[in-house]
Design a protein around this ligand. Structure first.
Ligand code: NAP
Length: 485
């Protein structure tokens, strides 16, 4: 990593600046367990500076012609693509995910997010309603002002760009807070935005902890729009902070997603898809299918083949090309995973695969945070391990006897983010999709994303939807103009 990147700085009013308090936190590389850079430990004073910059920039940016905003965002895409390798490496080092995953998925998708919203704003429509003989109404959609954008550590650039792109494309200015565990790609994105000619103050990034920076953003009276992605417990705090000020809030929260395999499914496809949905990014994707339900007549075969395939996943140094499974993001997260694997055994589960940290990966990764892909069978559907989000490479597999039973299992959970259904029976696919309480139902696939579709969770997985028109609506204020005839 180049020396000048050793100390990450905040990006406020188009400048890289030290945090006001002068304090920094260690930025740990999960694969080695060692600090490799420093990240600002900012606080409310830095947020105050960002608000001043964003407020100043709003008048100009919100009146910048759409085509010009679009052009700048498209330049950001070009620079993301130019810097793909640098960004992918930074993402891999910061998060512990395999470099191949960052290069093949996370960073290209961040570019796609900017491209999508850069072009979407060129094709928006506005409604008009004629009130018989009385009036003519039309809807103005105007940018809302300063948006606060708070994101987690698992897909740092992808999720942050999913918020930044629509917010600024619509003419808002933004204050973003990445997770302090994974700040590097947001830092590099600021360099890109500056080079792309984004006017100063349009995007401000304040690094630091949730309690110091995140809470200051949600509590600030001049930040009227909050888009938050993270855990359900934190989401509740964000909602509590925003409610008294009636802020417009979008919450994308946790999941405990069911992955349902019927006996009539293409079993090879179901196993390959379930392997990805179980262990992609070491299971640290909110959409991962951590509860696998398999129809009893194929249950034993499924478990045998699934375990065999999962045991072939290569756990290793994230920077090595052959690695399928990298490191867990932090020691805290690794301890959480271990806690749930212990709990699974207390709750009567059988470890069919994994269940522990591997022997040392290589010399560089001796103190890294690794955990083997883990498969647990024999647990009751109602136990804690089957109800609570673990967010790691740990899944359970449970047999079922019929459609009604498995729909009951799938829905008997406080989360409702996503689900997968594997079946060759078209009628069943439609029937089950309609009855499952999740914001997304994938049939015979997983993680297929079309940026035009609404994205988000039901129940405690969130409030509101992001993606496509939903995001353009979220980041604008509809105003009805009623003209008498
Ligand atoms: P988290 O602990 O809730 O943190 C998310 C973000 O909120 C971080 O930037 C965090 O800062 C900040 N934060 C913490 N306390 C805050 C407060 N009081 N006010 C405002 N912001 C605060 O989540 P995480 O552990 O980073 O991420 C994992 C969770 O995200 C999982 O539950 C996963 O399911 C969920 N997730 C959901 C989606 C989705 O689209 N639904 C996508 C990805 C992840 P710190 O880093 O300093 O704590």
């Amino acid at each position: 990593m180049p020396a000048e990147l050793d100390k990450i700085r905040n990006f406020i009013d188009g400048q890289f600046v030290e945090p006001v308090g002068g304090r920094y936190l260690d930025n740990i590389e999960p694969a080695t367990g060692k600090a490799y850079s420093h990240v600002p430990d900012s606080d409310g004073r830095d947020v105050e500076l960002a608000v001043a910059a964003a407020e100043k920039a709003f008048a100009g940016w919100s009146h910048t012609p759409t085509a010009d905003r679009s052009r700048i965002l498209l330049r950001i895409v070009d620079l993301i693509e130019r810097d793909l390798e640098k960004l992918a490496r930074a993402e891999s080092v910061d998060t512990g995910k395999p470099l191949s995953l960052a290069r093949g998925l996370d960073i290209p998708r961040a570019g796609s997010n900017f491209r999508f919203f850069a072009t979407a704003i060129l094709h928006t429509e506005s409604e008009a309603h004629i009130t018989d003989g009385v009036a003519f109404n039309y809807t103005l959609r105007q940018p809302r002002g300063i948006a606060g954008l708070i994101s987690p550590w698992n897909l740092p650039l992808y999720l942050l760009s999913w918020k930044i792109a629509p917010a600024i494309a619509c003419g808002n200015t933004a204050i973003a807070k990445p997770s302090e565990l994974t700040p590097m790609t947001a830092y590099l994105l600021c360099e890109i935005c500056r080079e792309a000619g984004l006017p100063k103050g349009v995007l401000n990034v304040v690094h630091g902890t949730g309690p110091n920076v995140g809470a200051a953003i949600t509590a600030h009276s001049k930040i009227g729009t909050i888009s938050f992605t993270g855990g359900t417990v934190t989401g509740r705090k964000v909602a509590e902070s925003c409610a008294p000020m009636f802020k417009k809030v979008s919450l994308e929260l946790g999941g405990k997603n069911p992955n349902i395999v019927f006996a009539d499914a293409d079993q090879d496809a179901a196993i390959a898809g379930s392997l990805r949905s179980s262990f992609a990014n070491q299971g640290q994707v909110c959409l991962c299918g951590s509860r696998v339900f398999v129809e009893r007549s194929v249950y034993k075969d499924f478990v045998d083949h699934f375990v065999e395939k999962a045991s072939q996943l290569r756990l290793g140094d994230p920077l090595e090309a052959t690695t399928d499974q990298g490191a867990i993001v932090s020691k805290t997260q690794l301890d959480k995973v271990k806690f749930y694997v212990d709990l699974a055994q207390q709750e009567g589960g059988t470890i069919a695969l994994g269940g522990s940290s591997p022997e040392a990966i290589n010399e560089r990764c001796q103190s890294g945070y690794f955990f083997s892909p883990t498969v647990i069978t024999g647990l009751p559907v109602s136990c804690r391990v089957n109800r609570e989000e673990i967010f790691g490479p740990v899944i359970t597999i449970t047999p079922f006897d019929n459609e009604d039973e498995v729909i009951g299992y799938a829905n008997d959970n406080e989360y409702g983010l996503a689900s997968s259904v594997w079946t060759q029976n078209l009628n069943r696919a439609h029937r089950v999709a309609e009855r499952i309480h999740t914001g997304t139902v994938w049939v015979n696939c997983w993680l297929v994303r079309d940026l035009r579709v609404p994205f988000g969770g039901m129940k405690q997985s969130g409030v509101g939807r992001e993606g496509g028109d939903e995001a353009l609506r979220f980041f604008t204020e509809p105003k009805n103009v009623c003209i008498a005839k």
